[in-house]
Design a protein around this ligand. Sequence first.
Ligand SMILES: *[C@@H]1O[C@H](CO)[C@@H](O)[C@H](O)[C@H]1NC(C)=O
Length: 336
Amino acid sequence: MLFFALLLEVIWILATDGGQHWTYEGPHGQDHWPASYPECGSNAQSPIDIQTDSVTFDPELPPLQPHGYDQPGTEPLDLHNNGHTVQLSLPPTLYLGGLPRKYVAVQLHLHWGQKGSLGGSEHQINSEATAAELHIVHYDSDSYNSLTEAAQRPQGLAVLGILIEVGETKNIAYEHILSHLHEIRHKDQKTSVPPFNVKELLPTQLGQFFRYNGSLTTPPCYQSVLWTVFSGRVQISRGQLEMLQETLFSTEEPSNLLAQNYRAPQPLNQRTVFASFVQVGSLYTTGEILSLGVGILAGCLCLLLAAYFIARKIRKKRLENRKSVVFTSARATTEA
Ligand SMILES: *[C@@H]1O[C@H](CO)[C@@H](O)[C@H](O)[C@H]1NC(C)=O
């Protein structure tokens, strides 16, 4: 009996995902990934928490140049619920310049939090997550023939990370993806999306980003990714975030909502995070600047008070000295 149960488990494990079954929480959750996928437990993993006061400014980093992003052609694009995320296929006419080699686009996908949560990004900046994150995946087409071939090689992949926060208005570019989610509610469902300007999914400041060597953020966690995480964010509306959090299922039956599909930040270890820009002003948050201002004012006031009291004391001492002089000389005269 136990034997058959074990056999069934083995068959089931082999049948899913061409190897192992993984999730974000529970018995197959991220803490257990290294058991089935050893590289997930290695020392250059993604995502990371970028501490901006520990990054290294690299003036040699050229601005990132997305080519073909604004002309995605005429062919419809595949949109797919793969049970872990919603993924849009991209044609190889989209590629990146400004990296050591030419990297062509393959797909983009999203990570987000649970229903109602404003934390769902994978990367964090100064320990702050945003509501969601977009990843645009590319491979080094100068050196390799396919994503599969490049996926296990150092810097075989280049991924753009775009932090998404909630704003006042609907983001029309993201609507090209989000408005189709209801067509692919269940795992393994696919639909076609009319081509649109993919560049509009990116933040406006393409010149300000962080760069580091990391990994895929899902099993098998290959450490093959040259990461670019933009400093600037994009905004979607609260309604759009809710659509992302509440429409998809991670299963073929409508049982488990597909949400909270983000990995926790991984140790930086010996790696360096480079920045293409020097942080001006944003080195301090508004709160910190305010408290700094209050602190300086209070400091000045203390100094003034101290100066006042010291001056008063000195004056008192002088008066006392003068009095005692008068007194001694008075005594001297009477004694004489
Ligand atoms: C990534 O690793 C390679 C090989 O160790 C190194 O040459 C390169 O400078 C690293 N790049 C970054 C952005 O850390």
